[in-house]
Every structure is written in C-alpha cells, then in structure tokens.
Design a binder for this molecule. Sequence first.
Ligand code: DOR
Ligand code: ZN
Length: 344
Amino acid sequence: MNSITLTQPDDWHVHLRDGKALARTVPDIAKQFSRVICMPNLVPPVKTVDEAIAYRQRIMQHAPEGSAFDPRMVLYFTDHTPASEVQKIKESAHVNAIKLYPAGATTNSDSGVSDIRKVYAVLEQLEKHQVPLLLHGEVTHSHVDIFDREKKFLDDVLFPVIQQFPELKIVLEHITTSDAAHFVLEQKQNVAATITPQHLLFNRNDLLVGGIKPHFYCLPILKRQSHQTTLLEVATSGNPQFFLGTDSAPHAQHTKENACGCAGCYSAVTAIEFYAQAFDQVGRIERLEGFASHFGADFYGLPRNTAQITLVKEDHIVPERLDYLDDQSIVPLYAGKTLQWKKV
Ligand code: DOR
Ligand code: ZN
C-alpha cells in the first residue's frame, strides 16, 4: 500500500507549554491533529477549570486561521484538589479530564499527588461523574529502579485503585512495558492506555548504545526491545483500549544536551508519520486509523472527526532543528533521519 486516507487524527497527550513557546508548539501540532489533550504541567500548574479556560484562550491565539484545531484541557491533580472541582469539569465545554502525576515523577511534577490514598474522595467523584483520570504511571521511591517504576505503579497503586473504583475511567498514559499492556488487557473497557511514537519505534539501545543520545530520553524511559515488541502488538491489534498520545514535549537543545538533560521528545512536527512508520513496519498500516482517529474519541465520549488526511509512502527527512523561543532551538525526535511516510 503506497497511500492511506484516514479520519483526521487526534492527539490525546501533548505538552504545549505557555507564553512564547506556544508560537512553536501550537502550529506544529495543529498541522497534524484536530483535538489535542493539553497537559497541565505548567509552572505554576493548571489546577482549576477557570485556569484551564484561560490557558486554552492563550493556546487559541496561535491556532492556524481556519483550522479545526480544538485543544481539550486537563486539570493538574494535587493533594488539595477539592472534590467539588470534578462537577465543574463535568459541566465544562472544554475541560475533559484530570491528570495525576505522582509528586516528583517527571518535568514540573513537584505539586503532584504525594499519596493516592489521600485523594480517594476526589476519585469517588470522578467515578460518579465518569470524568477520566489520566495517570503518569510510575512510582517515585528512590529505591525503585527507574526501569521498574511503571510495573511497581501497576502493582502498588493502580491495582488497589481499580479494586476500590471499578467503574472509574482511567487512561494509563504513555505506557512503556509489556506489564502495562497486559495489565490494560486484563481490565474492562473503562481502562485504556496511550502509546507514544518513541516507545513504538525505539528501545533503550537507541538511547544508550554507542553513547548517550539525550534526544531519546523521556519519562517513562525507553525500555528493552521485548517491551517495544509488545507495545507494537497491542497498538496495532485493533483493540480500542490503546490509542494515540504523542507526549510531544518541547525542551530547548541546550537543556537536553546537558550534564543533567531534561526528559521529553519533541515529535509534534512529524507525529502521524512516525506512527505510520511503526504500523507499516509490522505490516499493519490498515490498523492506524482506529488507533489514531477513532478509539480516543470513543473513550472520551466525543464524536469522531469527519475531515480526512492522506499519507503517502514517500521518503522525507525529519528537520535537524527547529526555532524555539527567541534565540533557542529544539532538536526533534529522529532529527535528520529519513521517514518513509509523509502527510500530504
Ligand atoms: O518525557 C517526559 N516529558 N515525560 C513527561 O512525563 C513529561 C514531559 C515534559 O513535560 O517534558
Ligand atoms: Zn506527558
């Protein structure tokens, strides 16, 4: 197959940041996707519906003229989120979910939840109102190995939450292990997962063999190849519990090429082409539409898009660098390398 036409895809997990960064991130993502779930880990974080609506307005100032771009907002869950905020999310036309970062798990997560048992009253409201809980699924204890943090989260945190709140809608974001894939497969349809392009296309050898490659460093960290293989299997299986979430996150070049480099891969410019490449590599390009364009909307209870996009099999090169802020640059994921699929 040399060409494929899909329903316009959506990105159910992206970092756009704020201020001048939006001039880079918003046009990039809007060229690829219609709806995008905007992560709330700003400094300070987006904690209330009112703050989320104000953030959405700042994002919309950079939306391309005449585009169908529709940012969907998410609140940042803290130890102090009032249960009453859930009702406000339910009533909001633009806010769709709440994101839980275990405190300290990743970029700007210091105000995250310190112990999930402290916020069970809010989870009860989320279950009642069927508002999705989005999870960064890693524990943060210093004694737990970085490669085991996702599995430990499933066993110690998520399993008890699901026992207590069996109807809670949950998205386990950016899964990276076969443990997480199998965990989701064992749950009902109210538990789903997003998968990033980097976790489908790469593994920890890409990050570490032959020298440290900081532009492959993200959290949760890339795992061994057997996990990548399972993620490809479930993403391309046609199971609606798995859908697209890029986790595209801008970090200036000098903050990644650094003795203490930041976590995050910037994939926004060529995201759908990355996914097409991954699906085609396992002979499943015909399954891309469900994963990229249908299952996420269905999970969130939003209508599927009606516009379409076309991808053709044609080599093109990912840009070496992109302008960012006033005088900085971003090195995108797979910079300077060739992709086989191109959005026309
Ligand atoms: O690699 C990551 N970067 N993982 C996250 O969870 C956050 C993100 C960011 O905000 O840069
Ligand atoms: Zn993220």
